[in-house]
Ligand binder design. Structure first.
Ligand code: XMP
Length: 511
């Protein structure tokens, strides 16, 4: 399959480059900047993008790719810091500008033969974020575009097919950014635009058959779109050699267990085994308030439940998981210099004593791509539109120790949030919406009595892929409805607050 690879030098936008290229139907993978040259050659990409990054090329330990990458004859596009790597490699000169150029700039296009082909205008708004700039451009390179502060905002060596741009084409603020990336992937790198979800499904089913052969697969389903789509794909490939289990860890959304049983058994025609495990999970979580500690306990207990089930009902050779690409990136598996944010329990977190091989057919996909796959596979619509729900469930929406009281409160309050948003036609327009609760309490009045009850916080965010998110500007009337329903109907809640932090710096879940 034709593909572009993006080498990640630590920019917060690296994954966005990857998404934009995939949106133009070319498969694209994000890899650490120091990926061995042997791996790159094996991957045989049509083109390579160097992402931006916070470093400066003249710092001693600044991240650099293997120099042999420039001799492969594969087209390269350097963005921001990636641009400077190219200038440095070909003996140009970078200077540190006094004032960091940050925000919008006007790019004057000087050459429309390569990166800017078919762009009708001569000037475009572009988004800059850098403090280094090319002062002397290397021999063999032409200036393709300039801004007031940067005479070499876009340069290129057409013969070598190596290009550098100082601005970020991947962010929405850059006009024609998608066209610029398309020109690089479709025209300069000659990658065929054959990445679409129907092709993906065909290949995924083929791969599962090849990988698994006649062996047995165990798949834990949660009722979410990721594990459901994983199960449907695997079921299509190997039919009865797939066994699905649904573990009730006591941290589910309201009525989730019945919704899931009905979805699998009746609507999808895939039998699911239900495991009642609430007590053992909640017992293990007693006294634990650290977020990573809770995730670890839940991950391990899940693994233990699977192992016991596998021993009793097996043998199984494989464990299927609905891991997605952002989980892989955020868990630091494919990251270059960036830091790990949260360990998502389903990536690389399984203990050694679990003797099952892992199969993750959605590992390369973003959430919106999974939705498309599910749609093609005729997964019921109500599941497609259901908000994502984290594997460790309410444990990450309860701040501090998980107690029966806090479970009762988040469950009931979250149901109210979902119901009101559905009623007001907002549910399907937002990424996630729920109620969280911690240990903070505030005084309220119930009838004539003063009570000291819990503070519930509502979190409603919009997002494209959960990598970044913004809080939704919900109409006051809707917030008012949610707030009064919660304080009226959920016992022992006195205050309702609304979370107004975006990601970054916050995350979507509080724990
Ligand atoms: P954060 O909180 O990291 O969430 O901004 C990003 C997305 O991932 C979900 N999430 C998780 N999913 N295991 C999961 O399977 C986890 O431990 C976990 N933590 C967060 C979250 O709901 C959001 O959609």
């Amino acid at each position: 399959m034709d593909k572009i690879i993006v080498l990640d030098f630590g920019s917060q936008y690296s994954h966005l480059i990857c998404r934009r290229i995939r949106e133009s139907n070319v498969y694209c993978e994000l890899l650490p900047y120091n990926t061995p040259i042997k791996t790159i050659i094996e991957l045989n990409p049509n083109g390579i993008v160097f992402s931006g990054g916070p470093a400066s090329v003249y710092e001693n330990d600044s991240p650099k790719p293997d120099k042999k990458i420039f001799d492969l004859g594969i087209p390269i596009l350097g963005i921001c810091y990636g641009h400077q790597i190219i200038v440095d490699q070909y003996k140009g000169r970078i200077k540190r500008v006094k004032s960091r150029e940050y925000g919008n700039a006007i790019l004057k296009i000087k050459d429309k033969d390569s990166l800017f082909k078919n762009i009708k205008t001569d000037k475009i708004q572009c988004w800059m974020s850098h403090s280094d700039s090319a002062e002397i451009i290397p021999n063999g390179f032409d200036i393709l575009g300039e801004t007031t502060n940067s005479i070499s905002a876009a340069i290129g060596n057409r013969e070598k097919k190596i290009f550098g741009i100082q601005f970020h084409p991947e962010v929405a603020h850059t006009e024609k950014g998608t066209e610029i990336l398309n020109n690089f992937s479709h025209i300069i790198s000659e990658a065929k635009p054959d990445w679409n979800m129907s092709n993906f499904i065909e290949k995924a089913i083929e791969n599962i058959k090849l990988k698994v052969g006649g062996e047995k697969v165990l798949c834990a389903v949660s009722g979410g779109i990721d594990s459901t789509t994983t199960a449907v794909l695997i079921h299509k490939a190997i039919k009865d050699n797939l066994t699905c289990i649904f573990v009730n860890h006591g941290l589910l959304r309201e009525d989730e267990e019945n919704i899931v049983k009905e979805l699998f058994n009746d609507k999808l025609g895939i039998p699911v085994k239900y495991i009642e495990a609430q007590d053992r999970f909640l017992q293990k979580l007693k006294g634990i308030s650290d977020p990573e500690g809770k995730r670890k306990i839940i991950g391990e207990e899940f693994a233990r439940v699977f192992t016991e089930f596998a021993e009793n009902e097996g043998p199984f050779q494989w464990l299927a998981q609905g891991t997605l690409y952002p989980d892989v990136i955020e868990s630091g598996v494919s990251k270059g210099p960036a830091t790990v944010i949260k360990t998502h329990h389903n990536v690389g977190g399984l203990p050694d004593w679990l003797n099952l091989k892992i199969i993750e057919p959605l590992r390369d996909l973003y959430k919106d791509e999974v939705r498309e796959v599910a749609k093609i596979l005729a997964v019921p619509k109500e599941l497609l539109t259901r908000h994502p729900f984290p594997g460790p469930g309410l444990a990450v929406r309860i701040i501090g120790e998980v107690t029966d009281e806090k479970i009762r409160i988040t469950k009931a309050a979250s149901k109210i949030v979902e119901d009101v948003l559905t009623e007001d036609n907002i549910y399907n327009k937002v990424w996630q919406a729920y109620a969280m609760v911690g240990d903070d309490k505030a005084v309220g009045i119930l009838g004539d009595e003063r009570i000291y009850g819990y503070i519930v916080t509502i979190r409603i965010v919009e997002s494209i892929d959960a990598m970044t998110a913004d809080w939704v500007r919900i109409p006051y009337d809707t917030l008012e409805k949610i707030s009064s329903k919660i304080t009226n109907d959920v016992e022992n809640v006195t205050w309702v607050t609304y979370a107004i932090s975006s990601k970054p710096p916050s995350t979507i879940e509080p724990q």
